[in-house]
Design a protein around this ligand. Structure first.
Ligand SMILES: O=C(O)CCC(=O)C(=O)O
Ligand SMILES: [Fe+2]
Length: 287
């Protein structure tokens, strides 16, 4: 891309991730945003180094360039800035399960923007996966099967299923047109066209496969860094290997409905007495 911005870009792994130096989000220009947006579509997660003085207003304004900024229904909000959620290790904010943000919604966020404001002395990295690559590495018959299925995504707070959505197992990215695998360990409970045993086994395989190192990048944060990820095509995991305090502030940008192929089969109808719902027992407790 030709640009007059003096930004320096460094790739984080062979699978995904690009780190940018030389952009200040507090004074972001249209040109700077265009560069970030372009990098995001190419590399799925963009790291903006050195944003120590990022104001909550500029954080939210950056999100608004992508779309409507959400109010998160469950996570603690920053005083005076309800669009910003606080992810604090002292407050149980250790998300060490692979996931895509909020897939239990009809319209999960298109992007999440995390600003790390406090870090332990060592550790506390975050990892991401490139779900295009995961899909593209599957065999043709497996891709064909998955292209015709949907999955149910849930969030459970206590014993209540608070929110539930059905999405295609393979989604087509609205901006790039590429297909990616769209299931995750934290929120995907089952594939309703399959028997419970089939669904559990297939999902476990797909989760484990997605988490293979060749599809990931790992980022070592410095205080003040910002990550923005394309939540349509990535999963992430906060490595819980540290003792000290770690605190981040995050916003999410409201998305549209994930689209893919039309399902090719009806929902499976269990025989009388057949054990079926709720599927995987490790579906999320709270988030
Ligand atoms: O703490 C992190 O690095 C990521 C936490 C997370 O899952 C999120 O911000 O969506
Ligand atoms: Fe997350």
């Amino acid at each position: 891309m030709t640009t007059s911005i003096a930004a320096e870009v460094r790739l984080v792994s062979g699978a995904l991730g690009a780190e940018v130096h030389g952009i200040d989000l507090n004074t972001l220009t249209d040109e700077g945003f265009a560069l970030i947006h372009d990098l995001l579509l190419k590399h799925q997660v963009v790291f903006l180094a050195g944003q120590t003085g990022l104001t909550p207003q500029a954080h939210v304004a950056f999100g608004r360039r992508f779309g409507e900024v959400e109010l998160h229904p469950y996570l603690p909000r920053l005083d005076g800035h309800p669009e910003i959620v606080v992810i604090d290790s002292a407050d149980g904010g250790k998300v060490d399960v692979w996931h895509t943000d909020m897939t239990f919604h009809q319209s999960p966020p298109i992007a999440s923007i995390l600003h790390l404001i406090q870090l332990p002395e060592v550790g506390g990295d975050t990892m991401w996966t490139n779900q295009y690559r995961v899909y593209e590495a599957l065999s043709a018959p497996m891709r064909d099967l998955l292209d015709g299925l949907t999955a149910i995504h849930v969030i459970r707070i206590g014993t209540e299923f608070t929110s539930r959505a059905e999405h295609p197992v393979v989604r087509v990215h609205p901006e790039t047109g590429r297909r990616s695998l769209y299931v995750n360990r934290l929120f995907t409970s089952h594939i309703p066209q399959l028997t419970r045993n089939e669904s559990d086994a297939l999902l476990e395989h797909l989760f484990t496969f997605s988490e293979s190192p060749q599809f990931t990048c790992r980022y070592r944060w410095r205080t003040g860094d910002v990550a923005v990820w394309d939540n349509r095509v990535t999963q992430h995991y906060a490595v819980n290997d540290y003792d000290g305090l770690r605190r981040g502030q995050r916003i999410t940008v409201l998305g549209d409905h994930p689209t893919g192929n039309e399902p090719r089969w009806e929902h499976y109808v269990p025989a009388p007495g057949e054990r079926y719902w709720p599927g995987r027992v490790n579906a999320v407790e709270s988030y």
